[in-house]
Write a protein that binds this ligand. Sequence first.
Ligand SMILES: *Cc1c(COP(=O)(O)O)cnc(C)c1O
Length: 491
Amino acid sequence: MEYISTRGRSAAASAAAAIVQGIADDGGLFVPASLPSYFPPQLAEMDYCSLAKQIFELYLSDFSAGDISQIVDEAYSPAGFPDGAVATVSLDNTEVLELWHGPTSAFKDMALQVLPRLLVKSLSKTGGDKEIIILVATSGDTGTAALEGFRDVPHTQITVFYPKQGVSAIQELQMVTTGGSNTCVIGVDGNFDDCQNGVKLIFGDKQLAAQMAARGQYFSSANSINWGRLLPQIVYYFYGYGRMVAKKKIAWGDAIDIAVPTGNFGDILAGWYAMKMGLPVHQFICASNCNNVLTDALEKGVYDRRRPFHKTISPSMDILISSNFERFIFDISGNDSAYTAAAFEQLRDEGIFTISDSLRARFAAQMRGGYADEDSCRATIKRVFEQYRYLLDPHSAVAYQVADQLRGKDAPPLLLVSTASPYKFPAAVLDALGKLPQDKGELELPAYLNQLSGMPIPPNLAVLGELPIRHQQVCAKDAMETAVIAHLGLQ
Ligand SMILES: *Cc1c(COP(=O)(O)O)cnc(C)c1O
């Protein structure tokens, strides 16, 4: 399987090269040159790891079956996923696909437990004795999941920058208690944009890159434009469908609806690829919060990021530039790289591009967009808890609510992609239930929510308060590069 750039001005690459490079030389994203067909009749009986191995083999033709098997078994081992990789819960006509049983209790673990292992194997294939320095700017979930994924992975180091005042107490503790001999966590006196700009400046420093290359070190990023992060996400759509067959919600071959709480468009795009491979899907529901740039793009054909940015109780969806939307446009345009390049260069330069009516007609029936504001998100958490005694986190609640808005009376059964444990956002969840205590700190809230709901606290969050703090460094927003240079011992 070869990988090509969405902008059409880079040479095709092997899977290993695409994973090491992350982004194509022409600024585009790597996509498979063609999508393989896959829809095995025994889907309902397959365990998660067997399914992952089969799907990885279709896409990673330069990896041996033995390598793939080892990567999958290690990534989803009971050490990181004590309850199994994925759980599903039935709420009437809806099957909730819980993707948050990994080491940091958000769905990013599904991909970030795999990416470092793919990267190390890819490095050995592309030659040389290199060391990869992963730099991450995070508003919360990506940093914690990337730290867990990369810690103690040979030939890698990881440095995470987070806004010192801009993440929740739980997210901060998850990061600063991370162990591992190759991890570094730095709080920045600034906001998430400052962190992201700082990381971009470090990536762009040619002199620093040359200095590092002389020592065999290279920067890379762990964000969701890397093909090695997208591929693992295809698997759970097939798995969720298999569970719905096993539970007799549908018969094998029936089409389902799929609702996804969306930020960078990576998760839902993996579902779209699953459909193109053969998974029977009636409709995707792309759910946003008040940062509803994707709703407008899908429903009106205008992608316009020139709008106010809202901080919400579903912070991992507070995004105005959904990088993976480029892969979607490339796909629906029939792999038209000239069209895709023009659209996304216009987005970069002018902050807007339009999708023609004829192009929109190619996906309008199968990819719907909608959004839920803060009040309706909170009301949904309350309503679902009262009806089913089941807690949704704010991101998953947005998707539940938007699915309710968009689906007709005779819509097929719904697969609801649930992306975080409610215990990662206990203040927002308790507030939605009208039960937020005024006299408790954030770290006491999980236990309180547990008393109220009876839902178990994920093991990693339950022990958080007892772990030693290992990272205490804080830097000014214009001192990030200095901090990296010092950490690498370059001076
Ligand atoms: C990252 C994240 C999302 C958004 O996923 P994308 O792939 O960026 O669309 C949704 N919910 C949670 C909890 C997340 O961490």
